[in-house]
Design a binder for this molecule. Structure first.
Ligand code: SAH
Length: 254
């Protein structure tokens, strides 16, 4: 990737945790950056060095963080906005474009900035690989946080996607601020997908304390998930073979 010496913004994915999964392209961009912007634990993954300013902020201010990144790039800085996993999956890439759009009248010159999104390995794919191949057929990725959408919409999507027979991956499954919602999600899934459908809880994937637990939906409890877990629900054909869980590539007529 050729980056200019003028200001730019790169939105980079750091992958699920294991440093071996950070791409060469992302390492290269970080190597050329003057400024790193992101949520505290992700910025902490960047090695400090002379000439590099680290701007670590709290998670709930994504658009402010994105606006700050664009301001700095417009002033000639080389800015890397870091996300975990892939920056396009429930992360900073959309936040940067939201900030760009809402500033388009005030700062039209920002539209000409060199902005690039560098992909990373998202949590559900790292988790799927650790388990076997549970996402080997059609699937949907759903964010269970109701920060940016109403819970009623999440319930509706769980219901319809379950009925459509797709496997599912859930991000932000359960937090202390909304303890009852994941229990409700499990209830909907048991109904829509069938109680024997396999569900996997994958915690701290690719990190030293990685934990994987697979049970049928009828035995799943809310405590099995937290914010460091990505949850994968199979389809009706998802099965175990030896120590692995996989979904065949074929499906019968729905
Ligand atoms: N952009 C990130 C997702 C950010 S949302 C990505 O592509 O992976 C944060 C959620 O991602 C967490 O609540 C959790 O559900 C999931 N997650 C991120 N890293 C994880 C990991 N190493 N193990 C398990 N889940 C992870």
């Amino acid at each position: 990737m050729k980056l200019s010496q003028n200001g730019w913004v790169v939105i980079a994915g750091l992958g699920p945790g294991n440093e071996a999964l950070v791409t060469q392209e992302v390492r290269g961009a970080i190597g050329e950056a003057t400024d790193i912007v992101g949520y505290i634990p992700y910025v902490n993954r960047v090695e400090p060095r002379e000439g590099l300013t680290l701007h670590a902020t709290d998670n709930r201010v994504e658009v402010d963080r994105a606006t700050h990144a664009l301001e700095m790039a417009a002033a000639g800085k080389r800015v890397v906005v870091v996300s975990s996993g892939d920056p396009g999956v429930f992360a900073m890439a959309s936040a940067v474009f939201e900030a760009l759009e809402s500033n388009a009248e005030r700062n039209p010159e920002w539209l000409k900035l060199d902005i690039r999104v560098l992909p990373g390995i998202t949590a559900m794919l790292a988790a799927a690989a650790a388990i076997g191949a549970p996402l080997g057929h059609d699937f949907a990725a759903i964010n269970l946080s109701d920060n940016l959408k109403p819970w009623s919409l999440i319930e509706k999507r769980l219901q319809l996607v379950g009925e459509a027979g797709l496997a599912m991956a859930f991000y932000n499954p359960r937090s202390k601020s909304r303890p009852h919602q994941f229990a409700r999600a499990l209830e909907i899934l048991r109904e829509a997908c069938g109680a024997e459908t396999l569900i996997t809880f994958a915690r701290d994937v690719t990190k030293p304390g990685q934990e994987l637990l697979t049970v049928p939906l009828k035995d799943a409890t809310p405590e099995m998930a937290d914010m460091r877990t990505v949850v994968i629900v199979g389809n009706r054909d998802t099965r175990r073979v030896g120590n692995y869980v996989y979904t065949p590539r074929y499906a019968a007529e729905g």
